[in-house]
Ligand binder design. Structure first.
Ligand code: TXA
Ligand code: MG
Length: 344
């Protein structure tokens, strides 16, 4: 095993020298973690089965959980995707580069290893200079799951990646903190319905506004109808820190205050600014910013959960947000991390 090579682009922008080195490692079948606008990804050449096998092993990822292929130009779709409808093309043109993964019929050239045996492949074009330059320099689509150990919160900084995977990957491109902080929205079009398989920053409202079509699936609760398609990865307990996560819905201040007063030991709170201001002093606190706005929650949630683990705290109380707009993705991840949901 070689030592981890950390590549630090100046000002976190794509620099030829670093990109060339990272691309050479990928081309030779290595594993390179790199930033995207959502979270850090762990990249491998899509057409190098050895590298893909190593990638699954490094993450401890179940073999039936398919990988997303990342491209830097639509022409790279030809070797990945068998066909696209006008509606899918429209979604691509509107939201790429950006945090939208389209699940499309795959070509024969895509190894079953990547898709967990499915006949479809998830594809996206990330909105990040380093990611785009790296894919272009490698000259091949790059498969990249989030660069965390399976079951841990996705990494939003290079330090998170090094903590989880430092010993089993070849290089890590440090692009600073990621802009959005939650993974991409995964969608699949079936006839005239768009199914959200995993909610993200491209929201249900944005998809409805763009297409005028029905958008189903992806509700923040776990009570999906039986026949709604789900991303295979969503069935696994996910995004979980070591600390027990207790999520509060609705008016939470007095309930959280009572919990703190009952047993303040080993406890952290993640809540909106006004809630934090009304709580007793004695706990580790992490702000979600202004009430009603989900962007800080999306950007910081995973980093907070990791920091709480680093502090060795055993319980974290999290104030929920309305599951509309970006709030839907935030609540989806919180429910998956939760040991308990209160106030339902
Ligand atoms: O923002 C992101 O999507 C990040 C960055 C690195 O691009 N990547 C990411 O990958 O979150 P990963 O592997 O951690 O999550 C991919 C999700 C999983 O839930 C997986 O089951 C689903 O997408 N997925 C991938 N291919 C699929 C397919 N063909 N059909 C249905 N779901 C699929
Ligand atoms: Mg992941």
């Amino acid at each position: 095993m070689t030592a981890l090579r950390i590549l630090c682009p100046r000002e976190h922008t794509a620099t030829d020298e670093y990109i060339a080195e990272a691309a050479a490692i990928l081309r030779n079948g290595g594993l390179v973690a790199f930033p995207t606008e959502t979270v850090y990804g762990l990249g491998a050449r899509f057409d190098c089965p050895e590298a893909v096998r190593r990638l699954f092993a490094a993450k401890g990822r179940p073999a039936d959980n398919p990988l997303i292929a990342h491209i830097s130009h639509p022409k790279q779709l030809t070797e990945l995707v068998a066909e696209m409808t006008p509606l899918e093309e429209r979604l691509m043109l509107t939201f790429w580069p950006g945090p939208l993964t389209l699940v499309l019929p795959k070509t024969e050239a895509v190894p079953a290893l990547i898709t967990g045996g499915l006949a479809t492949i998830g594809v996206r074009m990330p909105a990040h200079d380093i990611a785009l330059a790296l894919i272009t320099a490698t000259g091949r689509p790059i498969v990249a799951p989030s660069a965390n150990l399976s079951g841990r919160p996705s990494p939003t900084t290079a330090k998170h990646v090094a903590q989880d995977l430092g010993e089993c990957i070849d290089a890590l491109v440090d692009g600073g903190e990621t802009r959005l902080g939650l993974e991409s929205t995964v969608v699949q079009v079936r006839g005239k319905v768009i199914y959200i398989l995993r909610p993200g920053s491209i929201t249900r409202e944005m998809l409805v506004e763009e297409t005028g079509l029905a958008v189903q699936g992806g509700t923040a609760t776990s009570e999906e109808p039986q026949d709604t398609p789900l991303a295979p990865g969503m069935k696994y307990k996910h995004y979980a820190p070591r600390a027990a996560v207790i999520v509060y819905e609705g008016q939470a201040v007095s309930d959280i205050a009572a919990e703190i007063e009952g047993d303040p030991k080993d406890l952290a709170v993640i809540a909106f600014r006004d809630t934090l201001a009304a709580l007793p002093e004695c706990v580790a606190r992490f702000t979600l910013g202004e009430r009603g706005q989900a962007d800080t929650a999306a950007k910081k949630l995973y980093a907070y959960l990791r920091e709480i683990d680093d502090l060795g705290l055993m319980r974290v109380l999290v104030e929920g947000i309305a599951p509309i707009g970006l709030g839907e993705a935030v609540m989806n991840r919180l429910y998956k991390a939760a040991t308990q949901v209160k106030g339902r």
